[in-house]
Ligand binder design. Structure first.
Ligand code: HEC
Ligand code: HEC
Length: 350
């Protein structure tokens, strides 16, 4: 027992002491759980970069642009076509639809908690900043199909947009940089709603069932999920090969060809609202959450690039059910206003 405890550090020992004083059972399991719970406290405010600070008028302009098909060549598509608030800011498809009849290679990722993504964006990290993403979907011929020059010309010709840019930026000039800044500001307000899990972290023991609490222990303990799906947003914002996907798309490996470990590495997705985001993975290849758990239980495809953290887990049926129950507690319920983008924690005062 001592040697097992050691791996969890002094904090675990200290908390265990406290639990004993408080007269609770004070078991080793409970103290580990208490230590882990501390890692999931919600942040107090949304982070905005110094280069693009928050203002309500900029966010409002970004909201309008996000929903406006004026940013597509034939006025049929907007960002919201694929990033839908009612589908946890994804589109519910295995892979995003092109403008023609086909599918793209990638599934639309959720935008939940995108403000906390401090690494590169996109499944393979092709985008350096949130600001720099927008021009890709806008100008891609298979997507919104509008050149940035034409986008700027259209908005400049619209009196109400010129006014909105003036309110947000001090003068009515429309530019690609301003358009990107406004869209990014709006997207940083897309924050996951409070889920039963958050109420449990906040101290409400009845907020989630015992089976989910056992799942939480597995998630942080033997199953090793928290090694990558870490913290309040359930992602390390990093890239791993978990042994899924065997097509031509080698993910981050294409951008980092000298690093064998990055072949088939894709970005760790958040697990917020995961119940609403099937099918899963960068290519939509895993249909259900149970199938995801079976994949991890098998350890995915064994190959040199597969993360060393991924290996067969040999979970019992009961343990799989516990993990599933835990994942279900990460989806915000009816207490969340699905149509508004601004969830707690509130945006900072301008
Ligand atoms: C046809 C569907 C579609 C449309 C329309 C669309 N997106 Fe996306 N979005 C995607 C897909 C697919 C990806 C993944 C791209 C990649 O990884 O290379 C993505 C990725 C992103 C990301 C990166 C998220 C992350 O976690 O890494 C952001 C941010 C984003 N889109 C914002 C936007 C904005 C802003 C617009 C409108 C200007 C937009 N999208 C329009 C499908 C779409
Ligand atoms: C080595 C890092 C790592 C570990 C450990 C890990 N994951 Fe993942 N997880 C990822 C990555 C990376 C992806 C996306 C892979 C892809 O799309 O190719 C992912 C995808 C997922 C998805 C799909 C989410 C979505 O939006 O598509 C779920 C659900 C998930 N993981 C749950 C778990 C669970 C449960 C465990 C523990 C049994 C776990 N993960 C362990 C890195 C990890």
């Amino acid at each position: 027992m001592l040697s097992r405890l050691k791996t969890f550090g002094a904090a675990a020992v200290a908390l265990m002491g406290l639990a004993a004083v408080a007269g609770s059972a004070g078991t080793e399991d409970e103290s580990r759980r208490a230590t882990w719970r501390a890692d999931y406290r919600p942040p107090e405010a949304i982070p905005f970069p110094e280069s693009n600070p928050y203002s309500p008028s900029k966010a409002e302009l970004g909201r309008r642009l996000f929903f406006d098909p004026v940013l597509s060549g034939d006025n049929t598509r907007a960002c919201v076509t694929c990033h839908r608030p009612d589908l946890a800011w994804g589109d519910g498809r295995a892979r995003a639809a092109t403008r023609g009849s086909g599918d793209m290679d990638l599934r639309t990722p959720t935008l939940l908690d995108v403000a906390w993504q401090d690494g590169p964006l996109g499944w393979d990290g092709k985008f350096r900043t949130l600001e720099s993403v927008a021009r890709a979907p806008i100008s891609a011929p298979g997507n919104m199909n509008l050149s940035m020059t034409e986008a700027v010309a259209r908005l400049s010709a619209d009196e109400s947009y010129r006014e909105a840019f003036a309110t947000a930026f001090g003068d009515p000039t429309v530019s690609a940089d301003r358009l990107e800044a406004a869209l990014a500001t709006f997207q940083r307000l897309i924050v996951a709603g409070k889920a039963p899990f958050d109420r449990w972290i906040g101290g409400d023991e009845a907020a989630i069932p015992e089976t989910a609490k056992r799942g939480f222990d597995l998630f942080n303990g033997r199953a090793g999920c928290a090694g990558c799906h870490s913290g309040w947003t359930f992602t390390d914002n990093s890239f791993h090969d978990i042994g899924v996907g065997q097509g031509a798309d080698i993910g981050r490996g294409r951008l980092m060809p000298t690093s064998p470990a990055l072949r088939y590495a894709f970005k760790t997705p958040t697990l917020r609202d995961v119940d609403k985001r099937a099918p899963f993975m960068h290519d939509g290849s895993v249909a259900t959450l149970s199938a995801v758990i079976d994949l991890y239980d098998r350890g995915g495809i064994a190959r040199p690039s597969r993360s060393r953290q991924i290996k067969p887990l040999h979970l019992s049926d009961g343990e799989k059910a516990d993990l599933l129950a835990f994942l279900s507690t990460l989806t915000a319920g009816a207490d969340r206003d699905e149509t508004s983008a601004v969830f707690p924690p509130a945006a900072p005062k301008p």
